[in-house]
Write a protein that binds this ligand. Structure first.
Ligand code: GDP
Length: 524
């Protein structure tokens, strides 16, 4: 019998992994995919990271700098669950991409290096998750190396993130003697991920537990396990779902410990696709009508086909191949003739997808980031954010004859989310804005390769950009008229105020109290 929508939704788990570079995100991803049977060989994700494949010229930047510029999605199954793992770029210059990706997940797995604890980028990513109340599952990795004391790690999470912790498993030994994990609620042991079932024991002093360690480490293990069982907070589902408490797992992705504990838990209590807020109402994941939003656009996935893939997260109903959807921004119908699912390396045509699933829709520039697709209803999803760029530049073109082509190319890049584009009210040339400098390199390379437009960037006199709005339209217009040389419009025609420095911005903000200056704008 065909699966019903509620059944399909209940099985789905859509998440991202957040981590400081080097904590083990790639290794963990690889192991999760292996469990899911999505790849045959360990090392495939690594291969991608090591840039064995040449996918297109602009990705040379990625190879040369040894970073992962590209966000991708991987779908795999384990047990009864379907997992959609959304990869976030490793480099912080691509923060926009990361934020958008996090707008499309239902929870995140936070990977921490057991020796280093909470590192700066983990903290930053965590803050984004908190802004959106995204529940967090913690995986403390590299327990096979010298690690901090387990209580100390838990304490650091609590202190630095102001987040309650509930250890679900406890490491048996650490470093050279790391020998497995102890499940606190079940009183059971797993010696490695190769063991499908845990072994039930009577307690920490069972020989099946302490016997795994050298004699001199045994008393410490018994003592800390006793203390953990007495003093640590028990897992509370509600508190986890609300983002107040993180369940914590310990392991070593590289040496195959603790990953099975993790994936089982994600299946058991990871949240299934949530209701999504639209402008007019909340959309439940189990509703029959299809709805989805675009959170990522990627060009050049395949050098042989100059296609652009819009990644959509399905929010409700069933997205079926061949269906007609409505692109709410334009009101026009759009045929979803070839939606695709992505695996570690391959993609296949998707016949049907449900809430939580991420599918790629090939298109030639019809879809923009933030777009909503429905089966006809006029609703717009909120929450794919746009961050005020921190670097503003004018684009200088060698060949003035190509100005029109440049304008079109920049518009396209902006719709893909590569850069933000601002058109000054005074008619001067457009200004591009990026959050990280590396994005400018990607822009330059892509304009060159895809549009044969060699460009340079000039400093602009502005360094700060804020979206402006006011309750009173007349007041807003008065501000715009008084600052014409410092006003520009974004891709949607919304006004921004450009300032040379923070002082300039503050000065205006103090004088014009009726005007709001926003550093973040939701796409709709
Ligand atoms: P990413 O930058 O977060 O994606 O980290 P990687 O997965 O690439 O891992 C960074 C380095 O740490 C690599 O050399 C891995 O082999 C190593 N590594 C990852 N997990 C573990 C682990 O559990 N134990 C040990 N000893 N090394 C690990």
């Amino acid at each position: 019998m065909a699966e019903t929508i509620p059944q399909a939704v209940a099985r789905r788990r859509t998440f991202a992994i957040i981590a400081h570079p080097d904590a083990g995100k790639t290794t963990l991803t690889e192991k999760l995919l292996l469990f899911g049977g999505a790849i045959q060989l360990a090392g495939e994700v690594k291969a991608k990271k090591d840039k064995i494949q040449t996918r297109s010229d602009w990705m040379k930047i990625e190879r040369e700098r040894g970073i992962s510029v590209v966000t991708s999605v991987m779908t795999f199954e384990y047990g009864d669950n379907v997992f959609n793992l959304l990869d976030t770029p490793g480099h912080e210059d691509f923060a926009d991409d990361t934020y958008r990706t996090l707008s499309a997940v239902d929870f995140a797995v936070m990977v921490i290096d057991a020796a280093k604890g909470i590192e700066p980028r983990t903290l930053k990513l965590f803050e984004v998750c908190r802004m959106r109340d995204i529940p967090i599952v913690t995986f403390v990795n590299k327990m096979d190396r010298d690690a901090r004391d387990t209580f100390e790690i838990l304490d650091e999470i609590e202190q630095k993130l102001a987040l309650d912790t509930a250890p679900m498993t406890w490491p048996i030994g650490q470093g050279k003697t790391f020998a497995g994990t102890y499940h606190l609620a079940e009183n059971a042991v797993r010696r490695s991920d190769a063991e499908v079932e845990r072994t039930k024991v009577n307690g920490p002093d069972s020989d099946k537990v302490v016997g795994l360690l050298p004699q001199n480490e045994q008393p410490h293990l018994i003592e800390s396990l006793d203390l953990a069982r007495e003093a640590c907070r028990p897992f509370d589902l509600k508190s986890f779902r609300e983002g107040h408490l993180t369940p914590v797992f310990f392991g070593s992705a590289l040496r195959n410990y603790g990953v099975r504990d993790l994936i089982e838990a994600l299946g058991a209590f990871g949240p299934s696709p949530r209701a999504q807020e639209a402008d007019s109402r909340m959309v439940q994941a189990t509703e029959p009508g299809m709805s989805a939003f675009v959170f990522k656009i990627q060009a050049n996935m395949d050098p042989n086909h100059r296609d652009r893939i819009a990644f959509v997260r399905v929010c409700s109903g069933k997205l079926e191949r061949g269906m007609k959807a409505k692109l709410v921004r334009t009101g026009k119908p759009m045929s979803l003739s070839a939606p695709q699912f992505f695996f570690a390396r391959s993609r296949i045509t998707a016949d049907e997808a449900f809430a939580g699933d991420v599918v790629g829709i090939p298109n030639h520039g019809t879809l923009r980031i933030g777009d909503t697709l429905t089966e006809g209803e006029n609703l717009l999803f909120r929450g794919v954010p746009n961050f005020a760029p921190e670097i503003l530049r004018r684009v200088r073109l060698g060949d003035a004859m190509k100005a029109k082509k440049l304008k079109e190319a920049l518009q396209q890049m902006a719709e893909e989310g590569v850069v933000q584009l601002f058109s000054p009210e005074d008619g001067s040339p457009a200004i591009v804005g990026v959050v990280g400098a590396l994005q400018l390199d990607v822009l330059r390379e892509r304009l060159n390769v895809e549009y044969t437009l060699p460009v340079d960037f000039e400093m602009s006199r502005f360094s700060i950009c804020r979206w402006i709005s006011a309750q009173d339209r007349i007041e807003l217009q008065r501000f715009i008229d008084a600052h014409r040389g410092d006003i520009a419009r974004d891709l949607d025609g919304d006004p921004v105020f450009l300032a040379p420095h923070a002082f300039g911005l503050n000065y205006e903000a103090e004088r014009w109290t009726a005007i709001r200056f926003d550093a973040v704008k939701d796409y709709q």
